[in-house]
Design a protein around this ligand. Structure first.
Ligand SMILES: Cc1ncc(COP(=O)(O)O)c(C=O)c1O
Length: 399
């Protein structure tokens, strides 16, 4: 619940006046609400926040305080988490707790493995060469095997790049076992922004089959600390705010729980790696109109952020963000361009393509602010300084 008397749009404009634009406002209370919603609907599932979605240190600290663990996929992400949570640990636990982190990238650089080695990390693998590399450069690791699962209909496909095939899975477990590793469990990713819940159901059945095949070979997968097998159900949990009619998380969670209870024994430790679900609707971007012109008979606005910046999510994450005015007024179709010299840098084109709609705004004046909601995930994280334009500032609200 927002505090009484809190006016969100007024607050956003005040921040834009104080900080200048472009500015990304992250509502940490919304991050907490998302976390609680996930926990409430998937009780007992430990959340490993996928840092890549939004690596703002305040987000990492907020989620740690809520009880989250973390999914990192590079050495800088690993250090970001470590640096931000070490000092938050209670005095008696100053030793860093390494099972708070899973290194979820199945293919790691050799220097990364060397740096991870002293921490006895939990790492993901999905191929034979990686196993060799881990054995040589990070023999203290605990392993999670990632499986290739259907990514049908998800906004971002990951299965073309990662995941052991069902045919290879058993051999990879046997080989790891022979090399002296503990395979602590299985993981998968159904593709990001997964609205086709069948992907999850097929992935769970596949995991059950691989656990069973290993058992038949006399290998029991298990977490060396808890004795329980890890079932890492990955990310993909969809953000409803992106599009009308998106399926509800509650429905997915209920089905997931039912299936997990039906096909796995109690010795299972279920973890998940949500990224966008925790942060997407917590981020609002505010930009300024820096130029205005008539192009091809239509009004066109130039703004101070674009596809090379925070709107890079439209390129890499395949999401569209709607720019809105802070004031009412009769709307008109418009084109919205980013600030760089590239024609591709068009945030809302003037097209008839329903997949890529034009902007619709009241007539804007130079210097006026616009805002776009649901921009907290995979936006600033993939922004660049192309053409010399600085990245949006980040302001975190803790109301
Ligand atoms: C291994 C892994 N885990 C978790 C995530 C987070 O996914 P999402 O933001 O869809 O929840 C990703 C995203 O690419 C990923 O690659």
């Amino acid at each position: 619940m927002e505090k009484e008397g809190y006016n969100r749009l007024e607050t956003l404009q005040k921040i834009a006046h104080q900080q200048g634009t472009p500015v990304m406002v992250i509502d940490l209370e919304q991050v907490r609400r998302n976390y609680r919603r996930f926990q409430k609907n998937l009780p007992g599932v430990q959340i490993y926040y996928a840092v890549k979605a939004n690596p703002a240190p305040e987000v990492v600290r907020t989620l740690y305080q809520m009880g989250a663990s973390f999914d990192v996929a590079s050495l800088p992400e690993f250090h970001l988490v470590r640096d931000n949570i070490k000092h938050l640990l209670p005095q008696e636990q100053q030793e860093f707790i390494w099972d708070k982190i899973i290194y979820a990238h199945p293919v790691k650089m050799i220097n990364t493995l060397h740096e991870l080695e002293p921490f006895k990390p939990l790492v993901v693998y999905d191929n034979f060469d990686e196993l060799e590399k881990i054995k040589k450069h990070c023999p203290s690791a605990g392993l999670v095997l990632r499986l290739e699962v259907p990514n049908e209909g998800s906004a971002v496909n990951l299965s073309s790049k990662f995941g052991a095939s069902q045919e290879d899975a058993l051999a990879l477990i046997v080989k790891a076992n022979e090399a002296g590793f503990t395979v602590e469990g299985l993981s998968f990713h159904v593709g990001s922004q997964c609205t086709n819940f069948t992907n999850y159901h097929q992935a769970l059945s596949l995991c059950a089959a691989v656990f069973e095949a290993a058992e038949e070979k006399g290998i029991t997968l298990g977490n060396s600390r808890t004795g329980r097998r890890i079932l890492d159900i990955g990310g993909g949990f969809p953000v409803e705010e992106y599009s009308a009619g998106a399926p509800r998380f509650e429905v997915l969670a209920e089905n997931l729980l039912k299936q997990i209870q039906a096909i796995f024994s109690e010795e299972i430790e279920v973890i998940a790696e949500p990224g966008r679900f925790l942060v997407a609707n917590a981020g609002t971007l505010i930009v300024s109109v820096i130029g205005r012109a008539f192009r091809h008979g239509k009004i066109a606005y130039y703004i101070d952020d674009g596809l090379y910046g925070t709107f890079s999510g439209q390129v890499f994450d395949h999401q569209l963000y709607t720019l809105k005015s802070f004031r009412d007024g009769p709307g008109e179709i418009c084109t919205i361009f980013g600030p760089t010299c590239d024609g591709f840098d068009t945030v809302s084109p003037n097209t008839n393509d329903p997949q890529y709609p034009p902007g619709y705004l009241p007539r804007m004046e130079l210097g006026e602010f616009l805002y776009a909601e649901n921009m907290g995930a995979y936006t600033l994280a993939s922004a660049s300084n192309f053409n010399g334009f600085p990245l949006a500032k980040v302001v975190c609200l803790n109301h």
